[in-house]
Design a protein around this ligand. Structure first.
Ligand code: FE
Length: 235
Protein backbone atom coordinates (compact mmCIF):
# COMPACT_ATOMS: atom_id res chain seq x y z
CA UNK A 1 0.00 0.00 0.00
CA UNK A 2 2.60 2.52 -0.94
CA UNK A 3 1.66 5.70 -2.69
CA UNK A 4 3.75 6.07 -5.77
CA UNK A 5 5.55 9.27 -6.60
CA UNK A 6 3.43 9.50 -9.72
CA UNK A 7 0.21 9.40 -7.69
CA UNK A 8 1.51 12.08 -5.36
CA UNK A 9 2.37 14.25 -8.33
CA UNK A 10 -1.11 13.81 -9.73
CA UNK A 11 -2.71 14.78 -6.43
CA UNK A 12 -0.39 17.75 -6.10
CA UNK A 13 -1.08 18.90 -9.63
CA UNK A 14 -4.82 18.72 -9.02
CA UNK A 15 -4.39 20.78 -5.87
CA UNK A 16 -2.03 23.20 -7.58
CA UNK A 17 -4.46 23.63 -10.45
CA UNK A 18 -7.30 24.31 -8.05
CA UNK A 19 -5.18 26.85 -6.16
CA UNK A 20 -4.22 28.63 -9.36
CA UNK A 21 -7.83 28.86 -10.55
CA UNK A 22 -9.82 29.48 -7.40
CA UNK A 23 -13.16 29.82 -9.15
CA UNK A 24 -12.81 26.69 -11.21
CA UNK A 25 -12.79 23.07 -10.29
CA UNK A 26 -13.95 23.46 -6.70
CA UNK A 27 -17.21 21.68 -7.42
CA UNK A 28 -15.46 18.58 -8.74
CA UNK A 29 -12.81 18.55 -6.07
CA UNK A 30 -14.67 16.40 -3.56
CA UNK A 31 -15.94 13.69 -5.85
CA UNK A 32 -13.20 11.29 -4.77
CA UNK A 33 -11.88 9.90 -1.54
CA UNK A 34 -8.28 10.98 -1.17
CA UNK A 35 -7.06 12.20 2.18
CA UNK A 36 -7.76 15.93 2.28
CA UNK A 37 -5.63 16.42 5.37
CA UNK A 38 -2.65 15.39 3.27
CA UNK A 39 -2.86 18.37 0.90
CA UNK A 40 0.78 19.27 0.37
CA UNK A 41 2.31 22.32 2.00
CA UNK A 42 2.94 25.49 0.00
CA UNK A 43 6.62 24.73 -0.68
CA UNK A 44 5.69 21.20 -1.76
CA UNK A 45 3.06 22.57 -4.12
CA UNK A 46 5.54 25.03 -5.56
CA UNK A 47 8.08 22.28 -6.13
CA UNK A 48 5.48 20.04 -7.74
CA UNK A 49 4.16 22.86 -9.92
CA UNK A 50 7.70 23.64 -11.04
CA UNK A 51 8.38 19.99 -11.70
CA UNK A 52 5.18 19.65 -13.71
CA UNK A 53 6.09 22.66 -15.85
CA UNK A 54 9.60 21.37 -16.48
CA UNK A 55 8.18 17.99 -17.45
CA UNK A 56 5.42 19.51 -19.60
CA UNK A 57 7.93 21.61 -21.48
CA UNK A 58 10.14 18.57 -21.99
CA UNK A 59 13.03 20.13 -20.09
CA UNK A 60 13.39 17.26 -17.64
CA UNK A 61 12.63 13.58 -18.01
CA UNK A 62 10.17 12.45 -15.31
CA UNK A 63 11.70 8.97 -15.35
CA UNK A 64 15.08 10.47 -14.52
CA UNK A 65 13.56 12.43 -11.63
CA UNK A 66 11.82 9.32 -10.34
CA UNK A 67 15.08 7.41 -10.55
CA UNK A 68 16.88 10.08 -8.54
CA UNK A 69 14.22 10.23 -5.86
CA UNK A 70 14.03 6.45 -5.75
CA UNK A 71 17.77 6.35 -5.18
CA UNK A 72 17.57 8.57 -2.13
CA UNK A 73 14.34 7.10 -0.79
CA UNK A 74 15.08 3.43 -1.26
CA UNK A 75 18.74 2.86 -1.95
CA UNK A 76 21.31 5.22 -0.45
CA UNK A 77 19.58 6.03 2.84
CA UNK A 78 18.14 2.68 3.87
CA UNK A 79 21.33 0.89 2.81
CA UNK A 80 23.10 2.67 5.67
CA UNK A 81 20.57 1.41 8.20
CA UNK A 82 20.73 -2.05 6.66
CA UNK A 83 24.48 -2.11 7.26
CA UNK A 84 23.91 -1.24 10.90
CA UNK A 85 21.35 -4.05 11.21
CA UNK A 86 23.56 -6.63 9.51
CA UNK A 87 26.50 -5.72 11.75
CA UNK A 88 24.31 -6.10 14.83
CA UNK A 89 23.13 -9.52 13.64
CA UNK A 90 26.71 -10.72 13.25
CA UNK A 91 28.45 -9.02 16.15
CA UNK A 92 26.89 -9.45 19.59
CA UNK A 93 29.13 -6.85 21.19
CA UNK A 94 28.15 -4.32 18.53
CA UNK A 95 24.50 -5.17 19.03
CA UNK A 96 24.77 -4.50 22.76
CA UNK A 97 26.41 -1.15 22.08
CA UNK A 98 23.77 -0.37 19.49
CA UNK A 99 20.91 -1.00 21.89
CA UNK A 100 22.58 0.73 24.83
CA UNK A 101 24.15 3.71 23.05
CA UNK A 102 22.51 3.84 19.65
CA UNK A 103 23.84 7.16 18.39
CA UNK A 104 27.50 6.39 19.04
CA UNK A 105 27.22 2.80 17.80
CA UNK A 106 25.69 4.04 14.54
CA UNK A 107 28.46 6.62 14.31
CA UNK A 108 31.00 3.77 14.48
CA UNK A 109 29.86 2.89 10.96
CA UNK A 110 30.12 6.50 9.89
CA UNK A 111 26.49 7.55 10.03
CA UNK A 112 25.08 10.45 11.96
CA UNK A 113 24.45 14.15 11.91
CA UNK A 114 21.43 16.12 10.89
CA UNK A 115 18.07 14.46 11.58
CA UNK A 116 19.89 11.71 13.42
CA UNK A 117 21.58 13.51 16.29
CA UNK A 118 19.96 11.32 18.92
CA UNK A 119 19.05 7.80 17.87
CA UNK A 120 17.35 5.00 19.71
CA UNK A 121 17.46 1.49 18.27
CA UNK A 122 14.66 -0.81 19.39
CA UNK A 123 14.91 -4.56 18.94
CA UNK A 124 12.23 -6.81 17.51
CA UNK A 125 12.01 -10.27 19.06
CA UNK A 126 9.66 -13.23 18.81
CA UNK A 127 7.50 -11.55 21.45
CA UNK A 128 7.95 -7.82 20.79
CA UNK A 129 7.34 -5.90 17.59
CA UNK A 130 8.33 -2.23 17.35
CA UNK A 131 6.69 0.27 15.05
CA UNK A 132 7.92 3.81 14.41
CA UNK A 133 5.77 6.81 13.62
CA UNK A 134 5.91 10.56 13.95
CA UNK A 135 2.44 11.57 15.05
CA UNK A 136 3.23 15.27 14.89
CA UNK A 137 4.86 15.54 11.48
CA UNK A 138 7.43 13.36 9.76
CA UNK A 139 10.52 13.07 11.97
CA UNK A 140 12.65 10.28 10.56
CA UNK A 141 16.26 9.14 10.95
CA UNK A 142 17.74 10.48 7.74
CA UNK A 143 21.36 9.32 8.21
CA UNK A 144 20.29 5.67 8.39
CA UNK A 145 17.03 5.61 6.40
CA UNK A 146 17.23 8.49 3.95
CA UNK A 147 14.07 10.41 3.14
CA UNK A 148 10.75 9.39 4.67
CA UNK A 149 8.33 7.67 2.32
CA UNK A 150 5.09 9.45 1.43
CA UNK A 151 2.95 7.11 3.51
CA UNK A 152 5.05 7.84 6.61
CA UNK A 153 4.04 11.49 6.34
CA UNK A 154 0.36 10.80 5.69
CA UNK A 155 -2.24 11.79 8.27
CA UNK A 156 -3.68 8.27 8.11
CA UNK A 157 -0.43 6.55 9.06
CA UNK A 158 0.42 9.11 11.71
CA UNK A 159 -2.89 8.78 13.51
CA UNK A 160 -3.81 5.17 12.89
CA UNK A 161 -0.41 3.74 13.86
CA UNK A 162 -1.15 4.82 17.40
CA UNK A 163 -4.86 4.02 17.49
CA UNK A 164 -4.72 0.66 15.69
CA UNK A 165 -1.14 -0.46 15.08
CA UNK A 166 -2.11 -4.07 14.38
CA UNK A 167 -4.63 -2.93 11.79
CA UNK A 168 -2.04 -0.74 10.10
CA UNK A 169 0.46 -3.61 10.10
CA UNK A 170 -2.13 -5.94 8.58
CA UNK A 171 -2.60 -3.43 5.75
CA UNK A 172 1.14 -3.56 5.18
CA UNK A 173 0.75 -7.33 4.91
CA UNK A 174 2.17 -8.11 8.34
CA UNK A 175 -0.02 -10.25 10.58
CA UNK A 176 1.30 -10.58 14.11
CA UNK A 177 0.29 -13.31 16.52
CA UNK A 178 -1.95 -12.18 19.38
CA UNK A 179 0.75 -12.84 21.96
CA UNK A 180 3.22 -10.49 20.29
CA UNK A 181 3.40 -7.16 22.06
CA UNK A 182 3.35 -4.16 19.71
CA UNK A 183 5.30 -1.11 20.85
CA UNK A 184 4.74 2.14 18.99
CA UNK A 185 7.49 4.76 19.14
CA UNK A 186 6.62 8.37 18.45
CA UNK A 187 9.56 10.15 16.85
CA UNK A 188 10.34 13.72 17.73
CA UNK A 189 12.79 16.34 16.64
CA UNK A 190 14.91 15.17 19.59
CA UNK A 191 14.82 11.39 19.25
CA UNK A 192 14.63 9.26 16.11
CA UNK A 193 14.08 5.53 16.15
CA UNK A 194 15.42 2.63 14.14
CA UNK A 195 13.96 -0.85 14.42
CA UNK A 196 16.44 -3.70 14.65
CA UNK A 197 14.44 -6.41 12.88
CA UNK A 198 14.70 -10.10 13.70
CA UNK A 199 17.29 -11.96 11.72
CA UNK A 200 15.41 -14.46 9.60
CA UNK A 201 16.22 -18.17 9.87
CA UNK A 202 18.17 -19.68 7.01
CA UNK A 203 20.67 -16.82 6.99
CA UNK A 204 23.24 -18.42 9.30
CA UNK A 205 25.99 -18.63 6.71
CA UNK A 206 25.44 -15.29 5.04
CA UNK A 207 28.03 -12.53 4.89
CA UNK A 208 27.44 -9.06 6.30
CA UNK A 209 26.87 -7.58 2.86
CA UNK A 210 24.46 -10.36 1.85
CA UNK A 211 22.59 -9.91 5.12
CA UNK A 212 22.34 -6.17 4.69
CA UNK A 213 20.89 -6.70 1.21
CA UNK A 214 17.93 -8.48 2.83
CA UNK A 215 17.10 -5.60 5.17
CA UNK A 216 14.44 -3.25 3.86
CA UNK A 217 13.49 0.26 4.80
CA UNK A 218 10.04 -0.96 5.84
CA UNK A 219 11.55 -3.53 8.20
CA UNK A 220 13.57 -0.77 9.90
CA UNK A 221 10.44 1.37 10.35
CA UNK A 222 8.66 -1.69 11.68
CA UNK A 223 5.93 -2.15 9.07
CA UNK A 224 7.49 -5.34 7.73
CA UNK A 225 9.73 -8.20 8.74
CA UNK A 226 12.90 -9.14 6.96
CA UNK A 227 11.90 -11.88 4.57
CA UNK A 228 13.50 -15.29 4.65
CA UNK A 229 15.47 -15.74 1.45
CA UNK A 230 14.03 -18.41 -0.79
CA UNK A 231 15.98 -21.64 -1.10
CA UNK A 232 18.53 -21.26 -3.87
CA UNK A 233 17.60 -17.63 -4.49
CA UNK A 234 21.05 -16.50 -3.55
CA UNK A 235 24.35 -17.92 -4.65
FE1 FE B 1 8.02 14.90 12.80
Amino acid sequence: MTTTRRELLTVALTAAGAAATPNLGRAQEHGHDHDHQAVPSDPTLRVKALESLLVAKGIVDPAALDALVDTYEHKVGPRNGARVVARAWLDQAYKQRLLAHSTSAIAELGYGGEEGETMLVVENTAKVHNLVVCTLCSCYPWPVLGLPPVWYKSAAYRSRSVIDPRGVLREFGLKLAEDVEVRVWDSTAQVRYLVLPERPPGTENMSESDLSALVTRDAMVGVAKVAVPREGARA
